[in-house]
Design a protein around this ligand. Sequence first.
Ligand code: NCD
Ligand code: ZN
Length: 364
Amino acid sequence: MILDLPKWFDLHTHFRQGPAVPDYIQAHRAMGCAGALAMPNTQPPVSRVTGPATPTAWSIESYRAELSAAGADAFEKLIIPLYLTRETTAAMIAEGAASGLLQACKYYPPHGTTNAEHGMPMDDLIGSDVLRAMEDHNIILCIHGEQHGLSGPDYIDAAHNAETRFYTERMPRLIAAHPRLRIVCEHITTRTAAEFVKSAPGDIGATITPQHLLYTLGHLIQGLKYHLYCLPIVKFAEDREALRQAVIVPGQSRFFAGTDSAPHTTKATACGCAAGCFTGGCAPQLYAMAFEETGIDLGTDAGRTAFENFLSLNGPAFYRFPGSTQRFRMEKAPSNTTVLDTPAGPVTPLPTGMGVELAWRIKA
Ligand code: NCD
Ligand code: ZN
C-alpha cells in the first residue's frame, strides 16, 4: 500500500540552537515535512521580537535567521512563537504583529517542562494587556496546558493530573476573559483536554503527538523506557482512546499534527530524566500506525482523507496559511529508525528507544 499525501507541517517542534540544528531540520525534511512551528524554549529563550541575539535572549528575527541558515530556508513556512515572559509587553505584541514577524506566542508553565523557567503563571496572564493585545492583533496563543507547581498526587494520580487540573480550572477562566483569543492547546494527552477542545466556543485547536496516540503510562513504566518520557507525560488507555477518537472523526478541523519532537543528547541524568521525545524522521509513520491501531484502513478513501486532514490540512487551515502543493509518499513496509549522530552528540528517536519497528517507510 502506498499513501500519496500533501507534504505536512509540524506545528509544534523543537529545533534547539547550536551545531546540531542542521541535523534536526534535515530529519524533518526527510519525513515529508514542508514547514514547522519551532518552539522558543531555546537557550536563551526567544523572548524578543526584533534585534540581535544576546546572551539572555534570541529575538524571533535572529532565531529565524539562525534556523534559515541551518536549512529551514527550504521550508515553505516557519513560525516562531514568542516566549511569554515577565518582559513581554503589549507594545511588543502590537509591533510584532505590524512587522509580520509575530504570529503566535507560547505559554510555558513556570518550571513545568524543559527550559520553562522563564514562563509566567497563567493566573498573571489572564486579564493582562498582553493577552488583550494578542486578541486585538489576531496572534495565536500556544499553550502548554499543565498546572504548574504541583507535586506528588496533585501532579498525577489515577483521578487527576496537572493537565486535567489546567483544563478544568484555568482554561475556562482564560477563554471567558479572552473570548476572541485564538488558542492552540498543545500536545494534549487526556480525555479532559480532548473534550474541552471539542466543545469550547471560539477558535480553539489542538496538536497531538505520535507518542500520545500510541502509548500509555504502562509503556513508559514497564522497563522504564525513558526515551518515551516527555511532558505532558503519556497517560492512561481511556485518554489515549479519547485522543484517537478525536483525530479520526471525518471532517474534524480542530485536531492536527504537532509532534513535539524534542531532541535531547542526554536523556537520563544522575538525578532524573530530560523531558522530550525525538521523532525526527519517523513522525508520519508513527501517526499512520496510530490511525491503524484505531481501526482506520488507510487504503480506503475515507481513511486516507481522515489521515490527510489531521496530518497535512487542518494545521495550515487553523494557522491560516496554504497547505503544501508538494507531495510525499509513504509505503506500508517495515522500516527502522537509527540513532541520529549530531555534532552535539547522539539523539535516540522514539521507536528505537521503545524497541519497536515502524510499519511504514517514507519513499524517497
Ligand atoms: C520539550 C523540550 O524538550 O523542549 N519537552 C517535552 O517533554 N515535551 C518541551 C515541551 O514542549 O514541553
Ligand atoms: Zn514541545
